[in-house]
Design a binder for this molecule. Structure first.
Ligand SMILES: NC(=O)c1ccc[n+]([C@@H]2O[C@H](COP(=O)([O-])OP(=O)(O)OC[C@H]3O[C@@H](n4cnc5c(N)ncnc54)[C@H](OP(=O)(O)O)[C@@H]3O)[C@@H](O)[C@H]2O)c1
Length: 352
């Protein structure tokens, strides 16, 4: 007689469409059974955080690889089983990390298997809910600054204080990704100019921003230019977390020439309009499991990322717990879509 499959509650996408909320439901899915695949780690979820991509993939019909795909990327939890070849983690370890979207088996469920290289041990300064806010933002920031954006002819050094005080514009500094970009760029020695609502400025300075500018002001561009001038070096680097329009605006603010080009990282879309001597670089955390280059970078950078998180230490996004069961996720995704400010919406399963 076949063994009965154990099921668990999960947040799944039943289809895609503009009305994304009508395609996101709570359903019973098969819980993982047997040994995890080689290189994978089975994690019991303590907390999972919501990201824009969770509703975007449903709304814009991308990367939903299977019917009834379980949604969710960010996670913190406990290792409950190991696949063959995993030697850096052990059963019982408290970990945090993210599920690569191309694996199509997300974190909004109680137990799931995740590649070991996408998990780090959770450092003592972060609770599970705090740690769950970080992985997507952390890796997007690391890839965007240290892997994808060239500095003066080479990648920015992934080293403390290597940038020598060069100005670095972070447009969208209070977003989830922006908060981590500020921390890492400041640690790397950049003079960070962060653009966000005034109500978040004191917090962003605590994270390491040298200067904060309110994007609601009439003279935003003049404030940014003045801040760069005060830093004493041309503004050649920017990281935009908001939109095509703000990526283009950031590009136009750079002090770039043929001999000293500028670089803007975007994590949304590349503008159609080009700006002389400025390269716009699109950083994308998707498909990391399938992309050999991204995977190789992660395997190489993992130890350093873990060290920076523990030693800086990297602060989590401020946490907003929206519930203790998966039932709270659909409304949470509507709330994320409507707009959040300087916070991450989190499900706290440990409190259920
Ligand atoms: N390519 C990738 O791999 C990747 C990875 C992660 C995220 N993303 C994308 O990156 C974007 C940001 O994600 P997230 O999770 O960081 O977003 P989030 O935390 O939901 O972003 C909300 C923030 O956006 C800020 N904001 C809105 N309009 C702004 C403007 N005109 N100027 C400056 N700030 C503005 C708000 O700032 P105030 O509250 O201060 O007004 C708010 O704090 C999303 O589109 C997401 O899908 C892409």
């Amino acid at each position: 007689m076949a063994e009965a499959t154990t099921t668990q509650k999960a947040v799944v996408a039943t289809g895609t469409g503009e009305d994304f909320g009508s395609h996101i439901v709570i359903a019973d899915v098969a819980a993982p059974a047997g040994s995890p695949a080689d290189g994978f780690v089975r994690v019991k979820v303590a907390a999972a955080a919501l990201n824009p991509v969770d509703w975007k993939m449903v709304k814009y019909n991308f990367l939903v690889a299977v019917e009834n795909q379980v949604l969710g990327c960010d996670v913190a939890g406990t290792v409950v089983a190991l696949g063959a070849g995993v030697d850096e983690l052990a059963v019982g370890d408290e970990v945090f990390g993210f599920q690569s979207i191309d694996i199509a088996n997300g974190t909004f469920q109680d137990v799931l298997d995740i590649p070991a290289y996408l998990l780090l041990k959770r450092p003592a300064h972060l609770s599970a809910t705090e740690a769950a806010t970080l992985p997507v933002a952390l890796y997007t920031a690391v890839f965007g600054i240290f892997r994808d954006q060239p500095g003066a002819g080479a990648s920015h050094a992934f080293e403390r204080d290597a940038a020598g005080g060069a100005p670095f514009l972070v447009w969208g500094g209070s977003s989830s990704v922006g908060q981590v970009v500020i921390q890492l760029a400041a640690a790397a020695g950049f003079h960070v100019i962060a653009v966000a609502s005034a109500k978040q400025h004191s917090y962003l300075r605590e994270l390491g921003a040298a200067v904060t500018v309110d994007y609601h002001d009439d003279d935003v561009d003049a404030q940014i230019r003045a801040a760069a001038e005060a830093a004493g070096a041309p503004l050649r680097y920017a990281f935009d977390t908001v939109s095509v329009a703000t990526t283009l605006r950031s590009a136009k603010l750079l002090d770039a020439s043929a001999d000293a080009p500028g670089f803007v990282t975007t994590i949304t879309d590349v503008p159609e309009e080009a700006v002389a001597n400025v390269s716009v670089i699109h950083t994308l955390m998707a498909n990391i499991h399938a992309d050999g280059d991204k995977k190789a970078f992660m395997l190489d950078a993992r130890k350093k990322i873990a060290a920076w998180v523990a030693e800086l230490p990297v602060k989590s996004n401020p946490v907003t717990v929206i519930g203790t069961t998966w039932d709270a996720v659909p409304a949470g995704l509507e709330r994320q879509h409507a707009g959040v400010s300087c916070t991450k919406l989190v499900i706290d399963r440990a409190e259920a």
